[in-house]
Design a protein around this ligand. Structure first.
Ligand SMILES: NC(=O)C1=CN([C@@H]2O[C@H](COP(=O)(O)OP(=O)(O)OC[C@H]3O[C@@H](n4cnc5c(N)ncnc54)[C@H](O)[C@@H]3O)[C@@H](O)[C@H]2O)C=CC1
Ligand SMILES: O=C(O)C(=O)Cc1ccc(O)cc1
Length: 374
């Protein structure tokens, strides 16, 4: 195996293609070639195959099995000794297509959109080892460099699980979006609803709007191209029909049935500990949302990544007698690590303005946003 394999990206101009190029070049110090019908056609498909040791398919879900089979056809044997990977959200069909080649084959599925950070730290990644031999040590090094929380699975098992983790979650949020579109106008529209929001509504709206802000082809293809999704949708629909029937019936027996069938049984199935953990996670998210809603805050980027830099920042507030309500480390829209400091509402605005000036003047940090202190 080459110590520094040459990497090829099929779909190099897409969101993940661009992220992977940066990752392989900057984190792993490898040379990367790409091909994409939109904007990266310098190399022919055959030339790309001849150039690389590792080929990564990062093309749209719907096209990927066909694209892989096409590459296997034109490779016609030169791929022996190569490693083929893909990152498609569905695994059985792409992995089967890669197995039609003579390359070693591993299917991957990072469980997040291409992040703003340099690695996949803190995110899950499913790894489907389909035909792996000589490339195993390199694969392990690559997975370690990705910093993802890797979970091994057969491709088929992956797709069954994803019908729930993605198919079900996406379906319920798409349906919520459609129901809101039908019914929200009767109560004054989305803006009129907002002040009434519960934590649950806010979290669901965040998921839904995140989906609406993302590439629609992904959500479309996850519903249509994972064969385990349609049967799951039937179960969802049956459960919703049942709920609807019970609520229309409206008698005490129906009430008891709702409680028993849609709450108590699921609670027993999940188990005491996981219910308690989930409930606590919800509570913590509620506090986080409350902090993020507070109108008075300062967001600071700390350029010095060294021990004590947060302390220097906090001392600016301490010296001015300013009480802090919350501190959260977060990321700007561009992915810069920053601290968001919530400041007591009854504090002195002049002292706060002075603190902002001091943070900049003393070179402690860069204030990206200062809200509610004018
Ligand atoms: N965006 C996400 O949230 C996640 C995406 N993925 C997977 O990553 C893959 C790519 O997703 P994105 O980068 O978000 O999509 P994207 O649409 O941004 O990029 C796909 C790229 O593939 C190119 N392409 C289309 N046909 C091609 C062909 N025949 N040969 C070579 N390239 C071709 C397109 O021109 C485009 O540049 C998908 O399979 C998706 O399931 C996995 C996890 C998360
Ligand atoms: O909607 C989700 O589940 C996401 O968090 C984004 C996403 C979309 C597609 C994937 O294959 C993996 C993650």
């Amino acid at each position: 195996m080459p110590v520094s394999p040459r990497i090829g990206l099929v779909g190099s101009q897409g969101a993940y293609g661009r992220w992977l190029r940066r990752f392989f070049e900057q984190r792993m110090g490898l040379q990367v070639w790409g091909r994409d019908p939109v904007g990266d056609t310098a190399l022919s498909e055959r030339a790309l195959l001849e150039e690389v040791d590792v080929l990564v398919f990062c093309a749209p879900i719907r096209q990927t099995p066909e694209v892989i089979r096409h590459y296997a056809d034109i490779a016609a044997g030169i791929e022996r000794g190569q490693l083929w990977l893909d990152i498609t959200s569905i695994k059985a069909a792409p992995v089967a297509a890669m197995l039609s080649s003579q390359a070693e084959v591993v299917g991957l599925h990072p469980m997040s959109a291409a992040p703003k950070s340099a690695t996949l730290r803190g995110r899950a990644m499913v790894v489907c080892e389909a035909r792996l031999d000589a490339w195993r040590p390199w694969l392990e090094a690559f997975l370690a460099a990705s910093e993802a929380d890797c979970v091994r699975a057969e491709a088929e098992q992956h797709d069954r699980v994803m019908a729930l983790v993605q198919g079900m979650v996406h379906a319920s949020h798409m349906v919520q979006g459609a129901v809101l579109r039908e019914l929200a106008p009767d109560v004054g529209g989305l803006d009129a609803i907002r002040p009434f929001a519960s934590v649950g509504y806010e979290l669901d709206m965040a998921v839904m709007r995140r989906m609406l802000a993302s590439n629609p082809a992904i959500y479309q293809d996850i519903q249509f191209d994972n064969p385990h999704v349609a049967p799951m949708l039937e179960r969802m629909s049956a459960q919703l029909d049942k709920l609807c029937d019970l609520v229309w019936r409206g008698d005490n027996v129906a009430r008891d049935q709702l409680r028993e069938q849609l709450l108590e049984r699921s609670r027993d199935y999940a188990g005491k500990q996981s219910v308690a953990e989930g409930s606590y996670a919800f509570e913590r998210l509620g506090y986080l949302l409350a902090d993020l809603r507070e109108p008075r805050f300062i967001s600071v980027f700390l350029p010095l990544d060294r021990p004590g830099s947060l302390r220097a920042l906090l001392s600016v507030f301490e010296q001015r007698g300013i009480n802090l309500d919350s501190i959260h480390s977060s990321r700007s829209a561009d992915g810069e690590l920053l601290f968001r400091i919530g400041v007591s509402r009854d504090g002195d605005a002049t002292a706060l303005q002075d603190a902002v000036r001091a943070i900049e003047a003393e070179g402690i940090g860069r204030v990206l946003e200062a809200s509610g202190i004018a």
